[in-house]
Design a protein around this ligand. Structure first.
Ligand code: ATP
Length: 445
């Protein structure tokens, strides 16, 4: 038997389609001829890539195949992509990568870069040649970048699972019929085992996407058993065509690098910065909040945009001198707007004292005195008392924020953002027998 890794990316367009659905169909087609050695992987790549369609996802199927069937498996993969990818649509440039044998270190390094950096197709092709892998591209073939990234991403560190259920073709484009109350109940009963099911602030269900794609719902959780159990608890009022459990890097913060310096920031990368607030937050008409952060003599603009909801409540209360760690995507400068960190997470490490200063009060009439000029003392307008040595009063005001980590509400979190409910649940992956991970219809074993 030979190890064969199959990576696929960039098969969908804004009009529809979905790379995970294509993978789900390929799983069914390959089921009789390969042995799956891992769950299908759903790998989220750099979320700041400007040419992504939606969530910058790529998929990988890891298989063991008899040498005489390798050709058939590749043919089956190519024909599934050709039948179902939105080839010819703008910004749809599918890519497939086949790698035989163990995944080399260079591929895992490359994969990490694809989550945190911008990678060129030329470098991807160089690595493909070096590894004697094979690539198939359509359009510009840009999908090869993500396809190779999914092959290289072994997800041996923190990882999660997502059960995706797909709609019957006739229902696509229509409102999704999923009982909302049952989703809130499922969220309660699987707390700590699943995440990002609902946004309690807005009482909104998050497991059902919007738009014309074939996904009916997606439930994220810690183990395959958790997401399957959660799915059984949701009341679905339309036919389910198929379901698949993917292993993913969603909800792991994998995109966030260790602390960086402002001087090293580059556009379209995620970043983590440790610095001091150098300019008080100001709010613009659309409800976006901006402030400046500094480190080692450099400064950068940070933004909490309106969709980041309650994260703005914290950002609004920052003061000059606060010591914080921020994480987010770097947007390039545009016209008069400087390079900006689009905030996904704020950690307050130390709060600067907030002081109020004012003129002293008159000891005779208890009224505020007025200044007689710089270093010239104060005078009481009412009784005429002059105090050459009086000092302005200074009082320390209480800060209305606490130290700690702050995130946007679940509805505004990125796929890769680790939600609070996962803090402390991080785990590594140990290859072991895999449980049934796909099926046709709604019955989940
Ligand atoms: P969906 O979530 O619906 O699958 P998408 O948001 O994943 O869509 P794609 O249509 O796959 O978006 O487009 C992303 C494109 O960017 C792909 O061609 C992929 O190869 C490429 N890409 C992904 N990560 C990087 C990266 N780090 N550097 C350069 N290109 C990348």
């Amino acid at each position: 038997m030979v190890l064969l890794h199959i990576g696929i990316d960039d098969t969908d367009s804004a009009r529809g389609g979905c790379t995970t659905y294509l993978a789900a169909m390929l799983v069914e087609r390959l089921a009789g001829i390969v042995k799956f050695i891992d769950y299908p992987l759903l790998v989220r790549l750099n979320p700041n890539i400007p040419w992504k369609t939606r969530g910058n996802a790529a998929v990988c199927l890891r298989t063991e195949v008899s040498p005489c069937l390798i050709h058939k498996v590749k043919e089956e993969t190519i024909s599934t992509v050709e039948e179902h990818a939105e080839i010819g649509q703008p910004r749809t440039d599918p890519g497939i990568v086949f790698l035989e044998g163990e995944v080399p270190r260079e591929a895992t390094d490359y994969a990490r870069n694809c989550v945190r950096d911008v990678v060129s197709k030329r470098n991807s092709m160089r690595l493909i040649r070096k590894m004697h892998a094979e690539a198939v591209g359509y359009g510009s073939g840009r999908g090869i970048i993500g396809a190779l990234a999914s092959v290289g991403n072994l997800l041996m560190e923190d990882h999660t699972y997502e059960l995706l259920a797909y709609r019957e073709p006739g229902n696509r484009g229509r409102p999704r019929r999923v009982d909302q109350a049952s989703v809130f109940r499922m969220d309660e009963s699987t707390r700590g085992r699943t995440f990002s099911n609902v946004d309690n602030e807005r009482k909104r269900v998050l497991i059902t996407p919007r738009g014309p794609d074939p996904i009916l719902l997606g439930i994220r959780g810690e183990t395959p058993a958790d997401v399957k159990d959660a799915f059984r608890q949701v009341i679905v009022e339309e036919d389910v065509e198929r379901w698949v459990v993917f292993r993913t890097n969603q909800g792991t913060d994998m995109h966030l690098p260790p602390d960086q310096e402002i001087a090293s920031l580059r556009p379209y990368r995620p970043t983590t910065l440790l610095g001091i607030v150098t300019e008080r937050p100001r709010e613009t008409r659309g409800g976006h909040v901006f402030f400046r952060l500094g480190d080692r003599g450099e400064e950068v603009c940070c933004a909490a945009y309106e969709p980041s909801g309650r994260l703005r409540n914290v950002v609004r209360k920052l003061e000059v001198g606060d010591y914080i760690r921020v994480a987010g995507g770097v947007r390039p400068s545009r016209g008069r707007i400087p390079m900006t960190v689009n905030l996904e997470r704020v950690e307050i490490l130390n709060l600067a004292p907030k002081v109020a200063q004012g003129n002293p009060t008159c000891p005779n009439c208890n009224k505020r005195m007025e200044s007689m000029g710089h270093m010239s003392g104060y005078r009481c307008k009412r009784c005429g008392l002059r105090e050459a040595k009086a000092e302005p009063y200074v009082s320390t005001l209480s800060r209305e924020i606490d130290l700690g980590v702050f995130l946007p509400p679940p509805r505004a979190q990125r796929h890769l953002t680790k939600p609070f409910s996962r803090y402390g649940l991080e785990k590594t992956y140990a290859m072991s027998a895999i449980e049934p991970f796909w099926g046709l219809g709604a019955d989940v074993r």
